[in-house]
Structures are given as C-alpha cells and as structure tokens.
Ligand binder design. Structure first.
Ligand SMILES: *Cc1c(COP(=O)(O)O)cnc(C)c1O
Length: 447
C-alpha cells in the first residue's frame, strides 16, 4: 500500500487520501458512465477531479466522492446557462430577450436533425427554403404580399439599404437617428452599406413638408424608424406612414418590436399590419422582441421590393438557419408565447404568487416579504410603459448569491433589497425559484 505524505502531514490526512476512490473506479459508476456517453468524457473527468479535490480538502467524506461528482455534472454542455428572469424586464437584452414557447422549443429539437427545410418530400424536388414559416408569417400579416427572414432586425435594415439604396439616398428624420444599444447606431449601420443619409427635420419635429423638400432623383426610399428605447415628449411632430406614402417613393418602416397586429396594452407600439395598411412599402422588425420568437429579422411588404431584397447576393450571407425557421413558425402558429403571457399577466395574480412564495420562504426563517413592484417591457419596445407587478423582497446579499447559485436567478436591486419580480417568471417556475432561494440561504445562516 502506498504511504503518501499528506500536505498537513497527519496520519489522519493520509488515511483519508487513501480512501478517496481512484478515477478509473469512479468512471465505472453507472451514473458517471452514462453521463460520459451523454456529455463527453472530458466533462465527467473534470467533475470527478473536482469531487476528489473536495474530499482531499476534507469538504466531503471519501465515500461521497461519486455522489458529489454526479452532483457536479452540468445539465448540458452548451456553455450558456438557463436562468430565471426575475428582473421585472420582460425582454431583457442581456438574458437573450424573448423566451421561446414550449412549442417553439420542440420545433427546434425536431429540426436539429436532417429536415425538409429546402426539399419537397412529395416530389423529391428542391423547394423554397423556409416556405412554411414564410407562409405562416404572411397569414398573420394579411397586408404583406411577401415576406423574407434574415438574422436579426439590424440585418433586415442592412439588406434593405444595400439592395435598394447603395450609392443613393435614404431620407430619414433627425428624430429617428437611433442608437439601438451597446454603441450600435442605426445611422452608422445604414451608411456602412454605401447608402447616403439625407437627414430632415429636427430632433423633436419633422413634418411631411421636410420630407417632401428632400425627395429627388437620388432618393432610394424614406425610412421611418420607431424610437423603441426612448421617448420624446412635449413639442413634437412626426409624419406617419400614411402621409409618407403620398411622397411617391418607397416607404420603409422599421417598427423594431415585431408586433404583427396592434397590442391592447401597448397602444403606442407600431405593428406590421397597421403600417402596411397605412401605406408602408416594407416593414422591418425583430423576431425576438414583442413577437416572442427566436432572434431573426422580418421583412414584410410589397412583392417586388421583397423579391429584389431577397435575391440580392448579401441575402445569402444573412440567411437564417433551420432552427430559427422552425422556432419562428411554431411561434407564429402555436400557443401564446411566454412574452405575451408575461405582458398579459394579471397583477392580482402576481401578488398572490408573491405572497405564497414569501410565506413558504418565511417559514424557513428567511427575511422575506411580498411587495408591489413596477415591471417594464425592456429593450424590446414600449419605452416608458410600466406594468404593475409583484415581487419577493430579500436582503441585498441574495442578489449575487442567487446569480451564482445552482439555479441562477437574476433579480434587481431596489432601495437596498433584492427584488425577485414575478412578471417575467412563468408560474410553473415558482417552485424552482423558491428552491433557488433556499439553496443559497443555508451557507449564509451557517456563517
Ligand atoms: C431592436 C431594434 C433594431 C435592431 O434589431 P435587432 O434584432 O436587435 O438586430 C432596429 N431598429 C429598431 C427600431 C429596434 O427597436
């Protein structure tokens, strides 16, 4: 038997070390063997090493190394971790915006293998890529004669500007020169395509006469951009799609949020159908904001323009994958999205959920109470709109502990408390949320 010297030099330490199971023995544990098959042996070996280390440090008993290694295994190896969005921001950019519906997740799973994305199974002949998703889109927006899908809203704008306006002018209001976030500015994006911007009006007021004066032989189209992340109030004036349609040049409206039809709770948020019906030639939008689908960019409108845009060589570089098409179609044809459910959530029901969570956690001795809260739509649109909500209020130190816990929860800090806002948390996640709070409570009470 080998008599290794332990770091602390005690016979007890040496004894413990001798009893730590060896790696090859641990890898024969059925649970770990199965995990190696599922996740890859590298991940399992790392968990085993970590568990052995914990036993060596005296944190666990040698008999518990296998169990510990199993507990340390990640659920998936995607790198991205699933989190509970308790920020009260329904579409949180840093949390990946819209959460896909169960139907969309299943569609993604189904599409992950070989699919008929570009093949007609009946005839065995090549078919238009994503034709069923595009048909679903047109069904939801009857005024759109044609549709095309690209990687995101920014890509939709780049493609339109490149295909229709390279070397020409895009007429745009000075009040709509928007920064969309993280330093990205739409004017820079548009100019990068080789189009020139013809700015009209002022920050707060732009009239139809301002646009009319700028239209000329160099004009490719008029672009109207929805200010989706800020609001200008007071002495303001803008021209709507109906007025712009009288100018005799194509009108492109970037609605941002991806609402296909008016939303009763968000009356100021533009939607594709209304804009097209009013006279817009093309509408561009994101798929993962208020539409509640996967990241993608939608292009809807006149057949001729959509054809020109979708046949431009750049379209090939911006095309979406089959997973996106599958998720988009399921979002369009399936049940209510988590985004729509969060927006429509009844405040009284949210309050009851917060009360229930607070009372079960209080029973565990946690300093917790249910409070009223104000949620927002987020980077996805409807700036300035607050949605009455309810939250579980915990001591501030919970914020960091919950983020880094086994089930990561992202809350928000307010007046020295950590609030877990329930507006964007699906009701079926309440038990997971309670468990997440409990799982980070123990060490704090011990210490
Ligand atoms: C979000 C947004 C964009 C960018 O869309 P992405 O899908 O994030 O690329 C462009 N324009 C408006 C008005 C937006 O709100």
């Amino acid at each position: 038997m080998d008599q290794r010297i332990t770091t602390d030099g005690t016979a007890n330490g040496a004894d413990v070390r001798r009893r730590i199971p060896r790696t090859d023995a641990l890898l024969r544990d059925v649970r770990l063997a199965e995990a190696a098959h599922r996740l890859g042996s590298g991940v399992v070996k790392a968990a085993v090493r970590q568990a052995q280390e914990r036993a060596r440090d005296g944190a666990i008993a040698p008999e518990d190394v296998a169990d510990s290694a199993v507990a340390l295994l990640p659920r998936t190896i995607g790198g991205l971790r699933s989190v509970i969005n308790a920020t009260g921001v329904v579409l949180h950019t840093n949390l990946g915006r819209a959460s896909l519906s169960t139907a969309a997740r299943q569609a993604v799973q189904e599409a992950a293998g070989p699919t008929d994305v570009e093949l007609d199974l009946r005839t065995g002949v090549r078919a238009r890529r994503g034709r069923t998703a595009l048909a679903a889109l047109r069904e939801r927006v009857p005024s759109a004669a044609a549709a095309h899908v690209v990687n995101n809203g920014a890509a939709a704008l780049v493609l339109v500007a490149t295909a229709l306006a390279a070397g020409k002018e895009i007429v745009i209001s000075r009040g709509e020169m928007v920064e969309i976030g993280d330093g990205f500015r739409l004017p820079d994006l548009l100019v990068s395509t080789g189009a020139r911007l013809r700015e009209v009006g002022t920050t707060n007021r732009t009239t139809i006469a301002d646009y009319a004066a700028a239209i000329g032989p160099e004009t490719a189209f008029v672009l109207k951009v929805h200010p989706s992340n800020f609001r200008i109030t007071g002495f303001t004036r803008t021209a709507d799609a109906g007025e712009l349609a009288t100018l005799g040049v194509p009108v492109v409206v970037d609605i941002g949020s991806g609402l296909l039809a008016p939303h009763p709770l968000l009356p100021d948020e533009p939607d594709a159908e209304t804009q097209l019906r009013a006279g817009a030639s093309l509408v561009t939008a994101s798929g993962d904001k208020l539409l509640g689908g996967p990241q993608c960019g939608l292009l809807l409108g006149e057949e001729e323009l959509v054809r020109t845009v979708s046949r431009h060589p750049l379209a090939r570089a911006l095309r979406v994958d089959k997973l996106t098409l599958a998720a988009l179609e399921a979002t369009l044809t399936g049940p209510e999205t988590p985004t729509a459910a969060s927006l429509a959530a009844d405040p009284a029901r949210l309050a009851r959920r917060a009360e229930r969570l607070a009372s079960t956690l209080a029973a565990d001795g946690i300093d917790v109470r249910a409070v009223e809260s104000a949620a927002t739509v987020g980077g996805g649109g409807a700036p300035g709109v607050t949605l009455p909500s309810a939250a579980v209020s915990l001591p501030e130190r919970y914020a960091a502990a919950l983020r880094t816990g086994p089930v990561p929860v992202v809350g928000r800090l307010e007046s020295g408390r950590c609030l877990l806002d329930l507006r964007a948390v699906p009701p079926e996640d309440d038990e997971r949320l309670a468990e997440a709070v409990r799982s980070v409570t123990e060490p704090a009470t011990e210490g």
